[in-house]
Design a protein around this ligand. Structure first.
Ligand code: BES
Ligand code: MN
Ligand code: ZN
Length: 487
């Protein structure tokens, strides 16, 4: 992770510098002094590039003089409207534009939220290099440390430990999501979660016999076609009052989704290595909560399976019995995520009697058709919870859009032979998937986040690299902090 330090110094000494520039305001003092020191090079570059400080814009000035290799001007829009999420975006753009120099500084000036600028920079500099040749080389050629220059450096420094715990959570999620499925199978995933005990998390791993005993027939039916054994992992963080019911976070962890016997087409199937993003998000969130010692009781439950094709794979038409006792006719083996979630949602509710449950899942292609890659789908049986999550989404930029639910959709799950079937047809496919989940949560306030469109990005976005986004970690961390922790 990019190493961050804060300083109230006003004049960096050469190297690479990124400078945040608001729109429609006087240029920052540092801009003026650097412009003077370089004989007006910066103001000439600004003019030539028609740089006005518009949010998301940037101008790179190479070798402007005064000992600088590059000065990057980052537009942040109107200073009055500069929110933490804008700070993170600017930080990400800056980290990318700073290049790979030895010595780099990022000047925030008198703008607020310098710690969020740092968070954006750390995440913007993210790169998964485990499987590139000569990894040592790769590391030395990347930005390793960054000094954030801010008028209010003391405040940023005080805010940083908690935010850097969140950054580590997002990075953990991205690493897990990016790992290929031959490395990160359910057993390996559970091993990685187990290492989080060092953060003070309580981690419990259920193996196949344990899940058989609990009657996880829906989850185990998905897993039976794979040579990799399934796991359910329970993470607990007890930072709240002793007898407070926990918040529960539940994740779909299909380490590879071939579709099973209802096999997917070849084109794009490699993307299904990230069908465990829900579980990875829950893991990153729990690491963040533990890392910043959140004053809350939280439990994370993730269901880890691989959905494969084999002589022992589940067949279309099979009927399985879920832990809740409800039976399911599996008409399409590619609608497997809901089968995994059915058992662990029920289990989380029965075992922990949580205050609320939020599940995250790359559940349906239909949600991508509905909302594209901008918003994740939000489904809930509780208006309060839905409102709280949507609000955290607006604050963090991990945006949620509430989708409808209702008995008319639920009726589409009627089966001739079992309590329900696992598909409701193509129309409203993300909604019928949510209706299916709802049958396993009882009266517990519950929300389902369908992150199939937001967990992975095929291009760089908002100052962040392409690939795994870590969507949901900042969202749920902020949800917990602003709505469920005592100040
Ligand atoms: N993991 C997929 C959903 C998905 C699709 C995630 C694209 C990310 C990108 C899920 O298991 C699935 O296959 N869903 C089916 C359900 C259908 C068979 C009812 C789908 O969406 O096509
Ligand atoms: Mn599937
Ligand atoms: Zn899937």
């Amino acid at each position: 992770m990019l190493e961050i330090s804060f300083s109230a110094e006003t004049l960096p000494q050469g190297g690479a510098l990124a400078l945040l520039v608001p729109e429609g305001a006087e240029a920052p003092a540092l801009f003026k002094s650097l412009d003077d020191a370089t004989g007006g090079t910066l103001s000439r570059a600004v003019k030539a590039d028609e740089f006005t400080g518009k949010a998301g814009s940037s101008t790179v000035v190479l070798a402007p003089g005064a000992g600088f290799d590059r000065v990057v001007l980052i537009g942040v829009g109107r200073a009055e409207a500069f929110e933490p999420k804008d700070a993170e975006k600017a930080g990400g753009i800056a980290a990318t534009a700073l290049g790979r120099g030895e010595k780099a500084a990022l000047a925030v000036g008198s703008l607020p939220h310098a710690a969020h600028v740092a968070l954006g920079a750390v995440l913007g500099a993210y790169h998964f290099s485990l499987y590139h040749g000569a990894p040592e080389d790769d590391k030395t050629h990347r930005l390793a440390s960054l000094t954030v220059l801010a008028a209010d450096a003391a405040q940023a420094e005080a805010a940083w430990p908690a935010l850097s715990a969140v950054a580590r959570g997002v990075i953990l999620t991205r690493d897990l999501v990016t790992e290929p499925a031959n490395v990160l199978n359910p057993v390996e995933f559970a091993e990685r979660v187990s290492t989080l005990r060092s953060l003070g998390l309580d981690v419990e791993v259920l193996d196949q016999p344990a899940m058989e005993k609990l009657g996880f027939g829906a989850l185990l039916g998905v897993a039976q076609g794979s040579d990799a054994e399934p796991r359910t992992v329970i993470m607990r963080w007890n930072g709240g009052e002793k007898d407070d019911a926990p918040l529960a976070f539940i994740g779909k962890g299909v380490t590879f989704d071939s579709g099973g016997i209802s096999i997917k087409p070849a084109a794009g199937m490699e993307e299904m290595k990230w069908d465990m993003a829900g579980a990875a998000t829950v893991t990153g969130l729990m690491a963040a909560l533990a890392g910043r010692k959140a004053k809350v009781n939280a439990v994370g439950v993730i269901g880890l399976v691989e959905n494969m094709v084999s002589g022992n794979a589940q067949r279309p038409g099979d009927v399985v019995r879920s832990a809740s006792g409800q039976t399911i006719e599996v008409l399409n083996t590619d609608a497997e995520g809901r089968l995994v979630l059915a058992d662990i949602l029920w289990y989380a509710r029965e075992r922990f009697a949580p205050k609320l449950m939020v599940d995250l899942a790359t559940l349906t292609g239909a949600i991508i058709i509905s909302l594209g890659h901008e918003y994740a789908g939000l489904f809930s049986n509780n208006d309060n919870l839905a409102g709280g999550l949507a609000q955290a989404g607006e604050i963090t930029g991990d945006k949620l859009w509430r989708m409808p639910m209702g008995k008319e959709y639920d009726a589409l799950l009627k089966s001739d032979i079992a309590d329900m079937k696992n598909i409701g047809g193509r129309p409203g496919g993300a909604i019928t998937a949510a209706q299916f989940l709802k049958r396993f949560v009882g009266e517990t306030p519950w929300a389902h986040l369908d992150i199939a469109g937001t967990a992975w990005s095929s291009k760089p976005r908002n100052g962040q690299p392409k690939g795994a986004t870590g969507f949901g970690v900042r969202l749920l961390d902020t949800f917990v902090r602003t709505q469920h922790e005592k100040a």
